[in-house]
Design a protein around this ligand. Structure first.
Ligand SMILES: *Cc1c(COP(=O)(O)O)cnc(C)c1O
Length: 364
């Protein structure tokens, strides 16, 4: 066998379709971005102040375990800080979980329209991703369990899910967990937990606390701090120990740690964002239902809107963009070309989007 004439990526790397972020509008344009599920109310002022304060010590390495941030999270969420690991966005933690628990020959299971980062991190670890059909844009517990094989090592579940906005109830997630072998890790990605209003939802901490094979992953990105890159996870001791061995020793920068701790404690700001979102999510869902659009009921800070055809969705995207509103096309990254994902924004943005889509000719 002759050696290749240049360095070769590990198996699986070149099978990865690169992540496609939401569009931002033309450089310099005043377009309003409703494509990345960002906070329409900015960040917590207390988080900003903490970040500015921390930025006066940039010559010093951060405390490597994000202790101050873990303590704040532990206090606010009623979790032992020793069971928390922080990351450079939850993306960092999802990658670390894949690196730790998946390798060549292994399989990870996810629902077909689950978060598009899961196939990337699974393949990056050399494993295969198994995509399972959904039930009308909602994860199907029986189908997920039916896809488990002796090779399965991880199940990825975003709850609520991005890009559909749908969720599994606490009882359904418990049933999913109960059907998994104890050596399969169930990763519950609760990125939108703060926005859920359904009474039968659980963030996953109950399962994490009761079992050895469940972790919950969270983020500050959807709560006004996307640029700061702060994620966190809660897991059993043995998972926390393994992740702490391979994570970067200073994986969360100091301004982010301090901003995160202040944001976690600013429960009034979180409540305000949640109230704004719940109001305008319901308003937009009602306003868009009709005129040949179907809005999938969402528990997140966006809604997925289905049109008659991919062409109609593309026309709606362009018409919104011409009016100055950039939403998310989810054909390319998710394979739902007849849909658009619209983040819940300001009142003015929501009224404008409803006006534009309400007055378009949305026939084929
Ligand atoms: C936005 C999002 C994340 C968060 O990613 P960060 O790296 O923390 O910004 C994680 N999971 C899902 C399902 C998301 O939609």
């Amino acid at each position: 066998m002759t050696a290749p004439n240049r360095p070769q990526p590990q198996p699986g790397i070149l099978d990865i379709a690169p992540y496609l972020p939401g569009k931002s509008g033309k450089p310099g344009s005043k377009a309003i971005k409703l494509s990345a599920n960002e906070s329409p109310l900015g960040a917590s002022p207390k988080a900003l102040a903490a970040m500015v304060e921390a930025a006066s010590h940039l010559e010093i390495y951060p405390e490597g375990s994000s202790r101050v941030l873990r303590e704040a999270l532990g206090e606010v969420h009623g979790v032992d800080p020793a069971r928390i690991v922080c990351g450079n966005g939850s993306d960092d933690l999802l990658h670390l979980l894949a690196q730790t628990y998946l390798g060549e020959g292994d399989e990870a299971v996810m629902n077909r329209y689950g978060f598009s980062v899961y196939p990337i991190i699974t393949k990056a670890a050399g494993a295969s991703i198994v995509m399972v059909d959904e039930d009308d844009y909602r994860a199907d517990v029986d189908a997920l369990l039916g896809a488990v094989t002796p090779r399965t090592k991880v199940v990825w579940l975003a709850n609520p899910n991005n890009p559909t906005g749908t969720y599994l109830t606490s009882a359904e997630v418990a049933r999913l967990h109960a059907g998994l072998r104890p050596d399969i890790l169930l990763v519950i990605d609760s990125a939108y937990a703060e926005y859920v209003t359904a009474a039968d939802y659980s963030v996953g901490l109950d399962l994490v606390g009761a079992h050895d094979n469940v972790v919950m992953v969270r983020t500050f990105s959807k709560m006004g701090l996307a640029a700061a890159r702060i994620g966190w996870m809660v897991g059993p001791d043995h998972v926390v120990d393994a992740i702490n061995r391979i994570r970067g020793p200073f994986n969360v920068n100091l301004p982010a740690q301090m901003a995160g701790a202040a944001a976690a404690r600013d429960v009034a700001f979180t409540a305000e964002l949640r109230r704004h979102n719940a109001h305008w999510r319901e308003w937009l869902t009602t306003a868009l239902s009709g005129n040949r659009m179907r809005v999938i009921p969402s528990q997140a800070n966006f809604v997925m809107v289905l049109f008659d055809s991919p062409e109609t969705a593309a026309r709606a995207f362009e018409t919104l963009a011409d009016a100055g509103y950039i939403v998310r096309e989810i054909g390319p990254s998710y394979g739902i070309p007849q849909a658009l994902r619209i983040s819940i924004g300001s009142e003015a943005a929501m009224r404008a989007v409803a006006d534009v889509l309400g007055s378009m000719d949305l026939g084929k």
